[in-house]
Design a protein around this ligand. Structure first.
Ligand SMILES: NC(=O)c1ccc[n+]([C@@H]2O[C@H](COP(=O)([O-])OP(=O)(O)OC[C@H]3O[C@@H](n4cnc5c(N)ncnc54)[C@H](OP(=O)(O)O)[C@@H]3O)[C@@H](O)[C@H]2O)c1
Length: 306
């Protein structure tokens, strides 16, 4: 598989798999039902549906068997135990995977001790003693600088191989550059043909920061998947529109972190290494840009709900 090399010599696969939020986590139930406090036992007995956990862990195993080696996760999604289960059942050794996790906003609000506590509980949940890529999930205003310094401590203690960030604009990154000698080597943010983020990508490149794309297929947005121009390119290579979109990311040397719970989608998304878009086709896709953000703008959002 194609790879990218970070300035510290670590190589990363050019495509990642992100299972996203565990569908029936307490947080998710709380959000959906508005019930604020569900005692753990009652939650497990009454609400958690083992089949959903099973489906989630199976999706991870399937993705790994398909060939994905970069697994994207966050403390905001759960405790990571289903990731551990998925890895175990995949038959692939943990050392052969690149595991990402992120600091939740909740821990950031609570301060550095909570960030550390959450980190160690992620290690426990994921059944590992190190994390390959450690990020914060959002640059929470008034908190992210301290969070970064805490992350640097964990990195210097040897628990983390690569420090990264997510959802950072240029001004957040510039602030981080002024805080410690360590610089983020990855910035994960929303990128897809409806929102190409050229300026931020250029800034990252100039500063040796590898861009990672989340929501890389725009969550199957109609405005993208129905575009005749993409269908024309897809037909030419006997590929699907999403394969063309993912190929566009890869040829731009951007790591798409794609979510697909369906094994057939996982396979389809991974089957993008046997064709090459021409320069002209790349430019056609660049021009689709509508500057349309599907997720949140870190300069204008309520971090308490993310
Ligand atoms: N740092 C952050 O703030 C942040 C924010 C958002 C996301 N992320 C990360 O990025 C990952 C992906 O982002 P995302 O879930 O927002 O968006 P996405 O990957 O663009 O879209 C996921 C959706 O597209 C569908 N899909 C995927 N491949 C498909 C295919 N070949 N054909 C048809 N449908 C397909 C999936 O369906 P099925 O599941 O049914 O297969 C799923 O509903 C997340 O899981 C997470 O790891 C990070």
């Amino acid at each position: 598989m194609e790879c990218v090399c970070l300035p510290n010599g670590i190589t990363l696969p050019i495509i990642g798999f992100g299972p996203g939020i565990e569908e029936y986590s307490p947080k998710c139930i709380r959000r959906r039902t508005g019930i604020l406090s569900i005692p753990g036992r009652a939650y497990n007995k009454l609400i958690r549906r083992p089949i959903c956990s099973k489906k989630y862990a199976n999706a991870i195993s399937e993705a790994i068997r398909t060939g994905y080696r970069l697994i994207d996760y966050s403390a905001a999604y759960g405790n990571g135990s289903l990731i551990a289960k998925g890895i175990k059942n995949s038959g692939v050794h943990r050392e052969d995977l690149i595991l990402t996790t992120r600091v939740s906003n909740r821990a950031q609000f609570a301060g550095p001790d909570a960030v550390k506590k959450e980190f160690f509980s992620q290690l426990k949940g994921m059944n590992t003693d190190y994390i390959d890529i450690f990020m914060f999930h959002w640059p929470v205003t008034g908190c992210y600088e301290k969070t970064w310094q805490t992350m640097v401590e964990l990195y210097r203690e040897g628990y983390v191989k690569v420090l990264g960030v997510a959802n950072c604009h240029e001004h957040h990154l510039e602030k981080l550059f002024s805080l410690t000698e360590e610089r983020p080597l990855i910035n994960q943010f929303e990128i897809h043909p409806l929102f190409t983020q050229k300026k931020l990508i250029d800034f990252c490149r100039k500063n040796n920061i590898q861009p990672e794309a989340y929501t890389p297929v725009a969550r199957f947005d109609d405005r993208l998947v129905r575009l005749p121009v993409l269908h024309k390119i897809a037909d030419k290579y006997n590929k699907t529109v999403l394969q063309v979109v993912l190929r566009w990311h890869v040829q731009n040397k951007i790591i798409p972190v794609v979510r697909a719970m369906s094994p057939s989608h996982q396979k389809e998304n991974f089957d993008i290494f046997d064709f090459q878009l021409s320069r002209e086709e790349m430019q056609i896709i660049d021009r689709i840009n509508l500057n349309s953000r599907l997720r949140y703008d870190p300069d204008n959002c309520d971090f308490t709900i993310l």
